[in-house]
Design a protein around this ligand. Structure first.
Ligand SMILES: CC(C)(COP(=O)(O)OP(=O)(O)OC[C@H]1O[C@@H](n2cnc3c(N)ncnc32)[C@H](O)[C@@H]1OP(=O)(O)O)[C@@H](O)C(=O)NCCC(=O)NCCS
Length: 157
């Protein structure tokens, strides 16, 4: 489990991501943005981190929507440091996070992903997520072009 005292290590990981690793994400991942967003909402987040020695090299979290009309539903985010991609870490972390979400009694995990992000889509489908829809031109890439995004979801019960 990610502990609040590991915050600085997590920020270090995000600040050391290559431009390729954040290509389909929402950069920049600076301390200010992470503190404004995630670290202010820790009560609604279940997060896990992967360590290599003392460093965080992978992060996966679900944000649980606090409104009663969205009870039991959450959004997923996964980032593996570029030096540790492709060795099964994303698979292992998502399996663990889904297990934790089931233990918490959650009903649904959703996410949005740019259609060009093939490794991520492959991983989500492997973990049982289904494509539920397409958001046309919803993402403005670093290439100066609009890209479609997929809405994906996993029902847990
Ligand atoms: C997407 C991401 C989380 C995957 O994590 P990972 O640890 O590299 O994934 P794994 O090593 O567990 O491999 C997952 C699968 O993707 C496959 N894969 C790798 N590159 C691929 C590619 N270019 N196209 C299709 N599949 C690919 C792997 O072969 C593996 O499949 P398999 O288990 O069936 O052999 C990681 O690449 C990442 O952090 N990317 C940058 C951040 C990002 O875009 N996050 C998602 C935002 S929505």
């Amino acid at each position: 489990m990610f502990q609040p005292q590991d915050k600085d290590k997590l920020i270090e990981m995000y600040e050391s991501l290559s431009s390729d690793a954040v290509r389909w994400g929402m950069p920049p991942y600076t301390r200010e943005r992470l503190e404004e967003g995630w670290f202010r909402n820790l009560q609604n987040i279940t997060a896990i981190a992967a360590f290599h020695g003392d460093k965080i090299v992978g992060h996966a979290q679900i944000f649980k929507f606090p409104h009663s009309r969205r009870k039991g539903t959450a959004d997923l985010l996964t980032y593996i440091h570029q030096d540790f991609q492709g060795v099964g870490l994303g698979t292992a972390m998502l399996a663990r996070l889904i297990e934790l979400a089931k233990k918490e009694g959650l009903h649904r995990i959703g996410l949005q992903v740019v259609v060009d992000n093939k490794p991520a889509i492959h991983l989500y489908q492997k973990m049982g997520f289904k494509v539920e829809g397409v958001m046309k031109d919803a993402y403005f890439g670093g290439d100066g072009k609009y890209h479609d995004m997929l809405v994906m979801g996993l029902l847990l019960e």
